[in-house]
Design a protein around this ligand. Sequence first.
Ligand SMILES: O=C1O[C@H](COP(=O)(O)O)[C@@H](O)[C@H](O)[C@H]1O
Length: 264
Amino acid sequence: MGRPPNLYSFSDADLAPNLRKYILDQQTEAVKRHEVFRIAVSGGSLPKTLAKALLAPSSSGSEEDKVDFSKWEIFYADERCVPLDHEDSNHKLVREELLEKIPKEMAQPKVYPVDEKYLDDAQEMADQYEKTLVNVFAARDSVKLPLFDLILLGCGPDGHTCSLFPDHPLLREADAWVLSIADSPKPPAKRITLSLPVVLHGAKIGFVATGGGKKDILKKIFETEEGSKLPCGLVNEGAGEKVSWFCDQAATEDVSFPRRGSVI
Ligand SMILES: O=C1O[C@H](COP(=O)(O)O)[C@@H](O)[C@H](O)[C@H]1O
């Protein structure tokens, strides 16, 4: 690994503004690069923090602090094979926490949920989502891997991220961009997920981990050999300094050297 990932620990009040600054820096870079900001988001506890960061009024009113949803294309880092209005759906969570709260007078992002037609067949759902990515990313550049400008991830208490679970054979999948899983240890069992190579290829990768329930797993990931082999640890190992962890103090309490609030 080159330079290690960034691990930030914020007070409850400072986490959302710092996450906002980080996301908006990636928005600026991406729009400069190709006039669009392509972001993959996760479910779980992330959408709430994300909404807090993005829906807050701008503190400075400056261009750099403006969320320009007209440039945003939102994809899912993983999704469960359930209807889009089911309580387990990551899209439903993102819709309710964030999308529906974007003021109507603002431009709206383009969102790419999974196709409900394929709920009974997780592999078909994954293939169809991959086709969507191929249409968006590859038609233009004919690329080997889709380049998300930013991938926002959560960290499960077992060290899983997206729907990539510890010791699961999907972690070794090198070809497909989107994978299906039928035996997820966390329900629901049927899901789709970006593959590890796609995650590692992201221009920037941001984890959000908050609360005392993440304390043990963060210590394991950052301080043990075993933790570095967990899915979150593999992202750290494989993407190094492209990775930034946005945590609160409860989650980092036992980690030896988290950097304290140094993004802004
Ligand atoms: O099942 C999932 O869990 C992870 C982690 O969720 P969290 O609630 O512990 O933050 C989440 O990132 C993923 O999108 C979701 O499908």
